[in-house]
Ligand binder design. Sequence first.
Ligand SMILES: Nc1nc2c(c(=O)[nH]1)N[C@H]1C(S)=C(S)[C@@H](COP(=O)(O)O)O[C@H]1N2
Ligand SMILES: [Mo]
Length: 204
Amino acid sequence: MFDNLKRRLNRSTPDQEGRVPPGQYVTEKFPVLHYGNVPHYSDLEKTWDLRVWGELEAPARFDFNQFRSLPTMRITTDIHCVTRWSKLDTDWEGVQFKEFLRHIPPLKPEAAFVLAHCDLGFTANIPLDVLMDENVLLAYKYDGAELTPDHGFPLRLLVPSKYFWKSAKWLRGLEFLSQDKMGFWERYGYSNHADPWKEERYAE
Ligand SMILES: Nc1nc2c(c(=O)[nH]1)N[C@H]1C(S)=C(S)[C@@H](COP(=O)(O)O)O[C@H]1N2
Ligand SMILES: [Mo]
């Protein structure tokens, strides 16, 4: 009886059962959500880069072409936004985070957290072990096409195991840290853990 009620509230069909976290509904649309403006880019090859720094042997930098020549993978995964929409079977392509680590200087043993830095100032913090999941990507394609500006062109994080605000759009840097440092929404009272299955929406 409770299960039926729960399923109705989640508006999931039987094939979606077990895939829609509590308090979420399934949408076919792909909503756009962010704070502030969408950054505009021109001449990416000259002006864009991705930087890594902090608790690794040396900082490093990829220009656009260097980054785009890294090996990619394509995955299908479900995503869950704290504003209660979930989207199933989304199709992404990019550099797997684990693979990316093979192309940067070794991490120091102290590295345990990452703060993602984005154009126009957004940040999001994620524990390193969460980023080591198979389905975490530095993503630049959605449904086989380049990301649209709204959805994070030319690069975003994809962290499907957490509410979608951790999937930072317009990514420009990864700071490796020994201590956790709160990101933008985390400082605003959202949960630092953000596990949709535990409904960790807000900080206590
Ligand atoms: N740079 C940046 N990335 C961001 C945000 C933001 O405000 N700035 N918002 C986050 C939030 S709250 C959500 S729900 C998702 C939305 O991604 P989408 O617009 O592709 O659906 O982006 C996340 N990444
Ligand atoms: Mo969000």
